[in-house]
Design a protein around this ligand. Sequence first.
Ligand SMILES: Nc1ncnc2c1ncn2[C@@H]1O[C@H](COP(=O)(O)OP(=O)(O)O)[C@@H](O)[C@H]1O
Ligand SMILES: Cc1cn([C@H]2C[C@H](O)[C@@H](COP(=O)(O)OP(=O)(O)O)O2)c(=O)[nH]c1=O
Length: 217
Amino acid sequence: MSPLQPSSGRPGRFISFEGIDGAGKSSHIEALATWLRARGHEVVLTREPGGTPLAERLRELVLHVPMDPLTEALLVFAARRDHLVQHIEPALARGALVLCDRFTDASFAYQGGGRGFDLAVLNQLEQWVQSGPAGLRQPDLTVWFELPAATAAERRGAARAPDRFEAQDLAFFERVAAGYAARCAADPARFARVDASLPREAVWAQIEAQVSARPWA
Ligand SMILES: Nc1ncnc2c1ncn2[C@@H]1O[C@H](COP(=O)(O)OP(=O)(O)O)[C@@H](O)[C@H]1O
Ligand SMILES: Cc1cn([C@H]2C[C@H](O)[C@@H](COP(=O)(O)OP(=O)(O)O)O2)c(=O)[nH]c1=O
């Protein structure tokens, strides 16, 4: 396994957006990128699974091809490894702010919570994939869009053909939400919890307040 690149110069910062499907992440992530750019930062906007040509190909498989839970877990972490090595670590090393639509908390929430897959295996994969010279790479800040699974389902509506996750029932998304809550409880300082059930303006105000409170923003 090749080591992840060490950072140099001004430290970059890594911000992830998390929440169940329909929580409102996509509605706000570009606004945050624009807001941070206006404050003089280089911002790299990316997503998981995906963010590199290889990881985007793995995304298509994970979202649309039936597979067993271990295969699914291996593929999301394989995509993550490529994304980290090719895209995220080089951006952080040059001092950029990386804004990522989902990261490893999603694996614990969807594969661990939703699918009920073995958390010990996910912990091992996290160690393998995210370990580098500076320790375990984790987001510096995770903006967590929290809202009831039923509200998210209403928002998703029937606008487009659902993928393998969006097609799951309410109970699946309740387990996903519980998975996020467990990750937040284990590392509360990293999480900025946003009440995503409020109107858009109120959601944005919480994001702006939480990010502004970080000295590097
Ligand atoms: N605060 C909000 N109140 C009501 N509807 C919202 C709000 N935020 C987003 N939406 C709508 O909910 C749906 C899902 O939002 P989206 O940003 O795509 O969620 P995600 O990216 O988390 O899956 C979209 O139709 C969006 O317009
Ligand atoms: C990063 C990641 C995503 N996922 C799932 C959650 C989402 O349902 C799906 C894609 O996420 P997302 O990009 O939020 O979907 P969309 O483009 O429809 O808004 O992948 C996992 O199951 N495990 C993971 O590790």
